[in-house]
Design a protein around this ligand. Structure first.
Ligand SMILES: NC(=O)c1ccc[n+]([C@@H]2O[C@H](COP(=O)([O-])OP(=O)(O)OC[C@H]3O[C@@H](n4cnc5c(N)ncnc54)[C@H](O)[C@@H]3O)[C@@H](O)[C@H]2O)c1
Ligand SMILES: [Zn+2]
Ligand SMILES: [Zn+2]
Length: 393
């Protein structure tokens, strides 16, 4: 099969690899129809995630058609078109029973703090991902969801990560009616966090980024106020000025470890690697939220430590919530929102690129070229199978 192949920082290519096989009776093999590149893949691509091994295949946002099932799989059959949440999880451990699927305790032999994620380094379990023609799905009875007939495949692929992650980011903000919500990051996750904040009753949504075309997009798509941080001398003072001097009720970090905007953080976090990424947005969020407010974090930070102003957070009485998204928990509600026409996730897709051109696709998304918001890779076979026609793309 053709698959994305990691060769080292900033170097990926499309390569022929052996087809995956059923390794356990609970596995399935899925033929990929759509596979996105996520902001999280950029952390891998930039060499910031520990134990990212040469020769692995990334990709944790994908849909596909079930091609083969192991002998114990009961909930899937050959030919089902499924969306596959980015988390791999068992469905039955202590954490899964609490619907903390991203924190599943049974799927990652490499670490206890992190659950398992497709194509996300050996730190997250060492599973190959979906930027490929075929992918092995462990615990196939638990993760995949059959795509409802009336759901567009490109809305479905955004339900595997970006939309539920943005939604959970807003949910963890405990937004109350009328709240002012600040979202840091106008990438796909920030876009869906902003949309979700409205769905949860926010009175005001302000989005911060420095990429002008992304700010323009989010202003139109999610109807929020925008702030370009390049125009702002001090973020906390700026947000306080916008919010009667008190600060925002909720601040959401949809940026993570590769934040720009503070030279010292960038140097120590991204270049010297003295801390696990630049904690710029954590500073901005903690200092811009009002006393007693909530900071929600879905931006990714690696192990082991970041220099953050925890004293300010304590003295202000903040609630801080964070996690990898537990995608499956949100699906029923998000599918309902799409079917009711409240949101059309696929409108954020700006680029559809053949898997063969995966190197160009990473470069484009990483460098924010050609007004790129979200990039979808299309494997060669995806056009010819009966499920996805060229017209649909
Ligand atoms: N927790 C989860 O389950 C989960 C799931 C998906 C993605 N993520 C993480 O969410 C983050 C965003 O993902 P994405 O796909 O939207 O990525 P992206 O790279 O497309 O978007 C990030 C945006 O942040 C902006 N930015 C940089 N520095 C900033 C700053 N100081 N203030 C405000 N904005 C700033 C960038 O210009 C960019 O537009 C990443 O860290 C990703 O790893 C987490
Ligand atoms: Zn992701
Ligand atoms: Zn579990």
């Amino acid at each position: 099969m053709l698959a994305m192949d990691y060769r080292g920082p900033y170097r990926v290519r499309a390569k022929h690899k052996p087809d995956p096989v059923i390794e356990h009776p609970g596995d399935a093999i899925v033929r990929v129809t759509r596979s996105c590149i996520c902001g999280s893949d950029l952390h891998l691509y930039h060499g910031l995630v520990p134990d990212t091994r040469i020769g692995t295949t990334f990709g944790h946002e994908f849909t596909g058609v079930v091609e083969e099932v192991g002998s114990s799989v009961q909930n899937l059959k050959v030919g089902d078109h499924v969306l596959v949440p980015f988390n791999i999880f068992c469905g039955s451990c202590y954490f899964c029973q609490k619907e903390l699927y991203s924190n599943c305790h049974n799927v990652n032999p490499e670490a206890t703090a992190v659950g398992a994620i497709y194509g996300y380094s050996h730190t997250a379990g060492g599973y190959d991902g979906g930027q490929a023609e075929l992918v092995r799905i462990p615990m196939a009875d638990v993760g995949p969801t059959v795509i409802p007939k009336d759901l567009h495949v490109e809305d479905a692929v955004l339900l595997t990560d970006a939309f539920p992650t943005g939604y959970q980011a807003a949910e963890m903000g405990d937004i109350e009616e009328g709240d002012t919500v600040v979202v840091f990051g106008a990438g796909p996750v920030g876009i869906f966090a902003a949309k979700s904040a409205w769905l949860m009753g926010a009175g005001r949504v302000i989005v911060v980024d420095h990429v002008e075309y992304r700010l323009e997009f989010i202003k139109n798509y999610a109807h929020c106020e925008i702030v370009n941080f390049k125009d702002v001398a001090d973020m906390a003072i700026h947000i306080k000025k916008m919010t009667d001097g008190l600060g925002a009720d909720v601040c959401i970090d949809c940026v993570g470890c590769e934040a720009a905007g503070n030279a010292a953080q960038t140097l120590t976090g991204r270049y010297l690697k003295l801390q696990a990424g630049a904690a710029t947005v954590l500073h901005w969020a903690i200092n811009s939220v009002r006393k007693g407010g909530t900071v929600s974090i879905v931006g990714v930070y690696g192990p082991t430590f970041n220099a953050i102003p925890i004293g300010n957070a304590i003295n202000k009485g903040l609630t801080m919530r964070m996690n990898q998204a537990s995608v499956k928990r949100h699906l029923p509600r998000l599918i309902e929102h799409i079917q009711a026409g409240r949101i059309i996730p696929r409108q954020i897709i700006t680029h559809r690129i053949p898997l063969e051109e995966v190197a160009d696709a990473y470069h484009l998304f990483s460098s924010k070229l050609d007004n790129c918001i979200k990039t979808v890779l299309i494997p060669p076979g995806a056009y010819s199978n009966s499920v996805v026609s060229k017209e649909e793309a």
